[in-house]
Design a binder for this molecule. Structure first.
Ligand code: SAM
Length: 255
C-alpha cells in the first residue's frame, strides 16, 4: 500500500488541487464576508495559515492590507501565483511569508488577525495552540480581534464508518479532467479529540483514465479554544459564528 504523504506537502495533490476542493466545499462558502465584517475599512490584517491565498487576495482586493503566513511552501507557491495575477496596486497590499504560526514574530502589529478554515486544527491542541494564541496576541493592537475558524467537535466525533470505494468528491476541473477523493482510513481518538484520515486523491482524464494519484494523511485536533484565549490575554467577543454547519468562527478580543 502507498505511504500517505502529509497534507499540503511538496508534491501532494491536497496542495496542488486545494483551490479545486475549496471552490466546491460548502464548509468555507461565505467565510470571506465574516472576515470583512470584522475589519474596519483599510485595516491591516495578518492571516495565519494563508494557504494558496484564497482569502488573502480576496481581502486585498477589498482594500485591506494583508500579510499571509504559511508553513507549506507548496501552498505559498500557489499564493504567489495568485498575487501575481492581481492588479499591481492590489498586489502591493499583500505580503507573503513562509513561517510557523506557533513561533512567529514579525515585529509588527495588525488591526485584525485571522486563522481561517481549520488551520489551527492542523496543530496539536496543547502547547502549540497556546503558542498560536500568543502569536495572535503579539501581532494585535490593543482591542484588536482574533478570528479563528475551528471544526465543531460533535461533527468530528460523529463521522461514521467509511466506504473506501465511495467518492467523497467528484469534481470537474474545467479541462475534461476530474478530481476524485476517497476516504481510505479514519480514526478518532477521544480525549485528544484527534481525527486522523487518509484520503486518496485521484485525477482522471476525459476518457476516465487515471493520470495522477496520491494518498494524503490529514490530522485534525479540536478543543474548547476559550481556555487558550483566556490564558493569552483574550476575551470572547461574541458567540461563535456558524460556518458551513461543520465549523465555527470564534472571535476573541485582545484585552
Ligand atoms: C485549510 S488551509 C487554509 C488556507 C487558507 N487560509 C484558506 O482559508 O483557504 C490550512 C493552511 O494552514 C497551514 N498551516 C498548518 N500548520 C501551520 C503552521 N504551524 N503555521 C503556518 N501555517 C500552517 C497549511 O499549510 C495550510 O496552508
Amino acid at each position: 500500500m502507498v505511504k500517505a504523504k502529509p497534507y499540503y506537502a511538496e508534491g501532494a495533490l491536497s496542495a496542488l488541487y486545494y483551490d479545486v476542493v475549496t471552490a466546491a466545499d460548502a464548509r468555507v462558502r461565505g467565510d470571506e464576508a465574516v472576515y470583512v465584517d470584522l475589519a474596519q475599512p483599510g485595516a491591516e490584517i495578518l492571516e495565519l495559515g494563508a494557504g494558496t491565498g484564497r482569502l488573502t487576495c480576496y481581502l486585498a482586493a477589498r482594500g485591506f492590507t494583508v500579510t499571509g503566513v504559511d508553513i507549506a511552501a507548496a501552498m505559498l507557491a500557489q499564493a504567489r501565483k495568485r498575487v501575481g495575477a492581481l492588479e499591481p496596486e492590489v498586489a502591493a497590499h499583500v505580503t507573503l511569508r513562509l513561517g510557523d504560526l506557533t513561533a512567529l514574530d514579525l515585529k509588527q502589529t495588525f488591526d485584525l488577525v485571522i486563522c481561517p478554515y481549520h488551520t489551527l486544527a492542523h496543530i496539536p491542541a496543547g502547547a502549540a495552540w497556546k503558542n498560536g494564541f500568543l502569536t495572535a496576541a503579539r501581532h494585535l493592537v490593543p482591542g484588536g480581534l482574533f478570528a479563528v475558524h475551528l471544526p465543531k467537535l460533535e461533527v468530528m466525533q460523529g463521522l461514521g464508518a467509511i466506504d473506501p470505494k465511495a467518492r467523497v468528491m467528484d469534481q470537474p476541473m474545467g479541462d475534461g479532467r476530474r478530481l476524485l477523493i476517497y476516504v481510505r482510513e479514519r480514526s478518532f481518538r477521544p480525549g485528544l479529540n484527534r481525527l486522523e484520515q487518509v484520503l486518496d486523491y485521484a485525477v482522471v482524464d476525459a476518457a476516465g483514465v487515471e493520470v495522477q494519484r496520491s494518498s494524503e494523511r490529514l490530522v485534525l485536533y479540536m478543543q474548547d479554544p476559550q481556555p487558550f484565549a483566556e490564558a493569552t490575554g483574550f476575551t470572547l467577543d461574541r458567540q461563535p459564528i456558524d460556518q458551513g454547519g461543520d465549523g465555527d468562527i470564534w472571535v476573541f478580543r485582545k484585552v
